[in-house]
Design a protein around this ligand. Structure first.
Ligand code: GDP
Length: 444
């Protein structure tokens, strides 16, 4: 999962303060010392960390928190709000030109994932927004780039505009936009050339492509694995071209995530999308608040629901949403979801969106794979209907029967029951938190 190390540390830290009836300045100071270390370790820019800690400190020892009835939770609320702010505050949406086509220039260093992201973004625009994009192969230097985009186009059944590698990118962009107008494409995504390093010649060419195509967006694709370097790259592209957004790729990998947390503060360019894998649907709009929530272990039910809506039966997704909101989620629902969840993406990523799931030790320490899901399914299937609806019925002999029926050790049955309860508790907490949103004073 993205930000796993950071999330772990932050969650452990805030856990200590969560239930406190009284929070002293010393408590806040201690917590913030750990938060600071966690952020630095996740490779967040030093200055960004310093400012962040200062702001949280100021707010957390303020009257608003100290006098509230639940100071522990108030402090966490402050941390979450500031983390959201750090990552850009409000979600920054993709432009829509009122004189179509909307032109998007994709720029970035070689290997960042530019071509892949161009395909993913076009796929998302079509699937989620019903748009008709045209892909443009304007990276004429990397020999395989044109071919790669054409292959993606085939895979997505989407047209790719290409003039080979002997025509200048400026000419390619010009003709592509004309074709988009003629054929009523509402988005044009130009895959431009990359280099191993930022260089003048590249920038000059990109400036010319910008000049001719008058893009509504210039997205810089950066590899999150490169840490602080991603921030530096963003800074120089921004100075030269004036970026409108950043797409951070490879957040599915073993990244420390610091780039995601620093890019906005350092370059003042919003992160608009994140790449979470190599497949064409592994892209998500970036929502700072939801990401803060994921990092702090509060889950991200909204993204989960959106994923469910694009990948899973819509009726069922609505039902799930209702159940999550009304807390009437039973083992039967859990079982059904397990079946559907496999459609939605890598399991550890999905689990990261379920409130509290990353706190479930059993789930966390094991590589979640289909085999394990199979075991969970077997346990739930060995419960009676009444037990699935009401886990409170569970006693020693029932557990023994379930263990026997599923062929799993009794400890595993116990663990699942405990995890399920924990999950429900966390959901309840989160719903309460959402109810309190907007009201001064917070959680009630
Ligand atoms: P370009 O040179 O910037 O056009 O980079 P490519 O689009 O060719 O991508 C370089 C490599 O990164 C390819 O192997 C992609 O499959 C991979 N890649 C791109 N985006 C992601 C992502 O979000 N996650 C992962 N794991 N791999 C990615």
């Amino acid at each position: 999962m993205a930000f796993e190390g950071l999330a772990d540390r932050l969650q452990n830290t805030i856990q200590k303060i969560r239930g406190k009836g009284k929070v002293s300045e010393q408590d806040v100071k201690e917590m913030m010392r750990e938060v600071r270390l966690a952020l630095l370790e996740a490779d967040v820019n030093f200055k960004v960390v310093k400012d962040f800690v200062k702001r949280v400190n100021e707010r957390a020892v303020g009257q608003e928190v100290m006098k509230s009835l639940t100071p522990g939770q108030q402090v966490i609320k402050v941390v979450k709000e500031e983390l959201t702010e750090l990552m850009g505050g409000e979600q920054s949406k993709i432009a829509v030109s009122n004189r179509p086509p909307t032109v998007i220039m994709m720029v970035g260093l070689q290997g960042a994932g530019k071509t892949t992201t161009t395909g993913k973004l076009a796929n998302l625009l079509r699937k989620k927004h019903n748009r008709k994009p045209l892909l443009v192969a304007a990276d004429i230097y990397r020999p395989a780039a044109i071919k790669q985009l054409e292959t993606l186009g085939k895979q997505l059944s989407m047209p790719v505009f290409s003039l080979g590698d002997q025509v200048s990118p400026v000419e390619i962009a010009k003709q592509a936009i004309q074709m988009a107008k003629d054929e009523h494409h509402d988005y044009v995504l130009i895959d431009t050339a990359g280099r191993l390093h930022v260089d003048e010649q590249l920038m000059d060419e990109l400036k010319q492509v910008k000049e001719i195509s008058k893009p509504d967006e210039i997205f810089l694709v950066v590899d999150a694995m490169t840490g602080q370097d991603a921030v530096n790259v963003a800074q120089s592209f921004n100075e030269q071209l004036g970026l409108t957004g950043v797409v951070l790729t490879k957040l599915d990998g073993d990244t420390r995530g610091g780039a995601a947390l620093s890019v906005k503060s350092v370059t003042n360019t919003p992160i608009k999308y994140i790449g979470m894998g190599e497949k064409m649907d592994a892209i998500e709009p970036f929502h700072p608040e939801r990401m803060a929530s994921r990092i702090l272990g509060m889950g991200d039910v909204l993204t989960l629901i959106e994923k469910a809506q694009t990948n899973v039966d819509e009726e069922k997704a609505k039902e799930l949403e209702q159940k999550l909101r009304t807390m009437s989620f039973t083992f039967d629902d859990f079982l059904e979801q397990l079946g559907q969840v496999r459609n939605m993406g890598p399991l550890d990523e999905i689990l990261g969106m379920i409130p509290g799931a990353n706190k479930m030790k059993g789930l966390k320490n094991v590589q979640v794979d289909d085999k394990q899901i199979g075991h969970v399914e077997a346990i739930i299937q060995s419960m009676t209907k009444a037990e699935r609806d009401n886990p409170d019925l569970m006693n020693a002999s029932r557990k023994k029967r379930i263990a026997k029926g599923s062929g799993r050790p009794i400890q595993e049955v116990n663990r699942l029951l405990k995890q399920f309860e924990e999950m429900k508790k966390m959901m309840k907490q989160m719903t309460n938190m959402q109810k309190g949103k907007g009201k001064k004073g917070g959680f009630k």
